[in-house]
Design a protein around this ligand. Structure first.
Ligand code: MN
Length: 190
């Protein structure tokens, strides 16, 4: 069975002006779709065809001969998760227990935001910045390169931002920090 290309949780103009309609049309409609299409071509007729996206990622992680499948599967998962980390009504800290856990880990929500921006900006080249929870329930900020994803390493993602240039270049050019700050101030949804 093929992996489905998931719907966006809002229309492609919903995050404008922080993420423009043009960026969404390319990022979701071309980049994300290509990862899903490539993955489906690569797994057709193989045992991976019968697995879920998460299972494919775990089975191929760190395996040189399956790197192409891993890259496309992980990028397909990361993008769908990223779209769900944003909302046109976003930009607020989480509430209740989630907020308390962030305050415990980072001192305050503002300090979390500062550390998250630093991670996103300091990721050299293409990749992702994440807020993750480990198996002991401890929160931390991590960055991953290229397609790599915390779900391949036993970590539970709470939040991510895509810092590949295709995520922000049309709207922010080289100003990656401005993109990540706008993501936190106007779009983030926990
Ligand atoms: Mn992307």
């Amino acid at each position: 069975m093929a992996i489905a290309f998931p719907a966006l949780p809002y229309s492609s103009d919903a995050l404008d002006p922080y993420i423009s309609t043009t960026t969404m049309e390319f990022h979701y409609g071309k980049h994300h779709k290509a990862y899903v299409d490539n993955l489906n071509k690569m797994i057709a007729g193989t045992p991976f065809e019968n697995l879920t996206l998460e299972e494919i990622i775990r089975e191929t992680s760190g395996e040189e001969k399956f790197q192409g499948i891993f890259n496309n599967a992980a990028q397909a998962w990361n993008h769908d998760f990223f779209w769900h980390c944003m909302s046109p009504e976003g930009g607020q800290p989480p509430k209740g227990a989630k907020l308390r856990k962030i305050e415990e880990a980072f001192g305050s929500y503002d300090k979390f935001c500062e550390a998250f921006v630093n991670a996103a900006v300091s990721q050299f080249g293409s990749g992702w910045a994440w807020l993750v929870e480990d198996k002991d329930g401890k929160l931390s900020i991590v960055k991953t390169s290229n397609a790599d994803t915390p779900i391949a390493h036993g970590l539970k993602p709470w939040l991510t931002v895509d810092v590949w240039e295709h995520a922000y270049y049309l709207d922010y050019q080289n100003r990656r920090a401005d993109f990540v700050k706008a993501f936190l101030a106007h779009l983030v949804k926990f």
